[in-house]
Design a protein around this ligand. Sequence first.
Ligand code: DAH
Length: 344
Amino acid sequence: MNGFDEIIERGLNEIKQATDQNKLNELKAKYVGKQSELAQAMKKIAQLPKEKKADFGKNVNIAKQKILSFIASRQEEISNAIIDSKIANEKIDITLPGRKTEKGSKHPWEIIKDDLMEFFSSLGYTIAEGNEVELDRFNFELLNIPKDHPARAMQDSFYIDDVTLLRSHTSAVQSHVMLNAKGQGPIKVICPGKVYRRDDDDMTHSHQFGQCEGLVIGEKVNLGALMETLTLMIRHIFGAKREVRFRPSFFPFTEPSIEVDVSCFECGGKGCDLCKGTGWIEILGAGMVHPNVLRDNGFDPDKYQGFAFGVGIERLAMLKYGIDDIRKFYNNDVSFLHQFKGEK
Ligand code: DAH
């Protein structure tokens, strides 16, 4: 017994009870550091008789190594325990639902516009774009609406200068298309796009909205073909059961002009709030292209006839989806827009 066994025993007991790295560091200093009993003992080596020095030194070192190896194995136990508890606590629950990425949905305006484009493309129409900033000439004059014509007041418009304005209807594209065709039919186009009017915004009016214009010019185009086309379009959008009604009307660029109604979706024609008791809902304006318009845009009215129509995109969407306020189209309320998820 050289007295070191007792130190080793004490050290081992304390090391066993250590539960963290700080405590181990502390014990390492206590048992093998400069101030430790073993270090103190080493200092005494000088006073020992020569023949005992080697054994004594060896025993101090053995005691030191034992303590260091206890510390190392306890250290491993502690870090394993930390890892084990991390694994237990941070377990990944693979049954949890994943994080969702929100997908956008098509705007109802786009749904209707795309639907119209698809429908008319299937009937052989092409798409003309036109300009939103337009010359007065195209928006009015070439459509048989000369300066001071009262019809200009029907579409109070945003003028940029004396001759330029934001187009007030997609009919403005008609002249571009006709002039480009240089008097040669046939023409079969639709023009969907934005139009602008100096209206105060409320539930049914907006300073900006969408229209889709249609124009067909050929040598055997008649009112019957127009009525058939519009009936097909209305039934495509609103369902095969809808009845369609044509009423005489007035537009400067068509003669005769008609207004087109659809049987009320709500009451089926009996009369309710939606149709204001009439059983019918007004959908669009149309007519046979006025001979003046044909002539002014390079077509011979004795050879060619044409029909045209203009329909409001928001109006179709509002009626189809029961949207009560046109401002919802541009307020970007996500909960409103999400309702159209899944619509094509
Ligand atoms: N441009 C008209 C409007 O904005 C709609 C319209 C009526 C267009 C008759 C036409 C048409 O092409 O023939 O109120």
